[in-house]
Design a protein around this ligand. Structure first.
Ligand SMILES: Nc1nc2c(c(=O)[nH]1)N[C@H]1C(S)=C(S)[C@@H](COP(=O)(O)O)O[C@H]1N2
Ligand SMILES: [Mo]
Length: 438
């Protein structure tokens, strides 16, 4: 298990006892008035911590943990991919540092990996001989399809589709939520080749009582028990029938890598990655909401209402996560850049689950003012959208660049998202640190 090491000292104090840390840096800040700003000894202490003066220190919210401290050290790299950080090796879970997600289309070697069980032998061998997809349940004609059947019986389409793990950003929650401590990189936008999920269901004939799909993969349970499944999720029929939901067999023009689901997987873009079942072998249509492993209880669910951090929430008060929320990443420059100029090009991507991103804004003064970034339309729905901006710094010193996307319904990324018990849906703004030295 790789460990994430924060900077010692004030950073940890902020994690453990934010009020005491605030007191040390910001001076006496009462509960009633947390708008105290850095001055005197506090400003000097914060400046020493970030290694430069802070021109916009007056805008720095009390309790802000500087982005410069998020620098990660002693991370274990994952051998099977290019620069990915390993969170766990049994099962394999690895995320991509934001600066390695700079491409508009995420290369296979940089797409994150989230496994709940053991990679099937067929995938490790990269040999799909004998593979069949069963489509059954509430259908008129159950189907058994080979890879050739998929390619020849249905229209083959290519789409750039964004997949994000429902738990991406979990590491940012306090109190911590159990599970993989994803930071920012459990997201990717590859070009997938496959057939429309809807076309396959139509070929089987959807019965009138079908309301939900159930996905079954070939991966083994960690316990080794062959009767247990690590994960079997599904989506409401309408999501499966959406023309961008795919049964995919190629990722960026190549067979899907073993870790990402060879030979075939569903892609239900914009929804928690767990709905995109890897190593697919069966789709069953059901007349009830699917109840496979990780569909029930509190898995991939959040409370219906906002709760205070640490609240225990009754199981009945959780709902299944559907569309993921609006979010963005700064993919260039990498955080903790030292710059000897006053101007900088910044870029990244933004996405919004089932919706599209309407506007993208950047701040260099801790959110006091924002400039609008140049935002591309998506090449197809459910692709992330590229954006870029030029920012200017008025003087030398420590800055943070904050990125904030707004979707087409006006939902905006928050500075810090509300806590939930399982640590899902963290769409807080991405912040990077830049020190201007000249
Ligand atoms: N069969 C199977 N499918 C699966 C999983 C799994 O463990 N087994 N993990 C799911 C989860 S939680 C996510 S976020 C995505 C991750 O896809 P990736 O590993 O290709 O990035 O796959 C989903 N599909
Ligand atoms: Mo996930």
């Amino acid at each position: 298990m790789a460990r994430r090491m924060g900077e010692r000292g004030l950073y940890e104090l902020y994690e453990e006892d934010p009020e005491r840390a605030d007191y040390l840096v910001f001076g006496r800040v009462s509960h009633a008035d947390r708008r105290g700003f850095l001055r005197g000894a506090g400003l000097a202490a914060m400046g020493a911590l970030v290694g430069a003066g802070i021109p916009f220190h007056r805008n720095m919210p009390a309790g802000l943990i500087p982005a410069a401290f998020a620098a990660e050290t002693e991370l274990e790299l994952f051998e099977g991919k290019d620069g990915l950080v390993l969170l766990n090796d049994r099962p394999v879970n690895a995320e991509t540092p934001p600066h390695l997600l700079d491409d508009s289309v995420t290369p296979n070697a940089r797409h994150f990996v989230r496994n709940n069980g053991i990679v099937p032998d067929m995938a490790l061998a990269m040999n799909a001989e004998g593979w069949r997809l069963t489509v059954d349940g509430a259908v008129d004609t159950p189907l058994e399809l080979s890879l050739d059947d998929l390619r020849s019986r249905f229209e083959v389409v290519k789409l750039k589709l964004q997949i994000e793990c429902g738990g991406n950003g979990r590491a940012g929650f306090n109190p911590p939520a159990k599970g993989n401590q994803w930071t920012l990189g459990a997201v990717g936008n590859a070009e997938w080749t496959g057939v429309r999920y809807a076309d396959v269901l139509k070929a089987a004939g959807v019965k009138g009582d079908a309301i939900y799909t159930a996905h079954y993969g070939m991966d083994g349970h960690l316990s080794g028990n062959p009767d247990k499944l690590p994960i079997s999720r599904g989506v409401p029929l309408a999501k499966a029938m959406e023309p961008h939901s795919l049964i995919a067999f190629e990722m960026n023009g190549e067979p899907i890598p073993a870790l990402n689901g060879f030979p075939v997987r569903t892609i239900c873009p914009g929804w928690p990655g767990s709905t995109s079942q890897k190593w697919l072998r069966r789709i069953q249509l059901r007349d009830v909401v699917h109840d496979g492993p990780k569909m029930t209880g509190t898995s991939y669910r959040v409370p219906y209402y906002n709760v205070a951090p640490g609240t225990k929430v009754d199981k009945q008060d959780f709902k299944i996560i559907e569309s993921m929320p609006v979010k963005s990443l700064i993919t260039a420059p990498q955080s903790n850049l030292t710059l000897d100029r006053r101007e900088l090009q910044v870029r990244g991507h933004a996405w919004a689950g089932d919706r599209s991103v309407a506007r993208m804004h950047i701040s260099v003064d801790f959110g006091a003012s924002w400039i609008e970034a140049d935002l591309d339309a998506p090449p197809n729905p459910y692709s992330w959208q590229d954006w870029r901006a030029t920012v200017r710094f008025p003087e030398k010193g420590y800055y943070e660049i904050w990125a904030r996307a707004t979707d087409d319904q006006g939902h905006m990324q928050p500075f810090a998202v509300n806590w939930n018990p399982k640590g899902y849906l963290n769409n807080s703004m991405h912040r990077i640190a830049v020190t201007v030295s000249a």
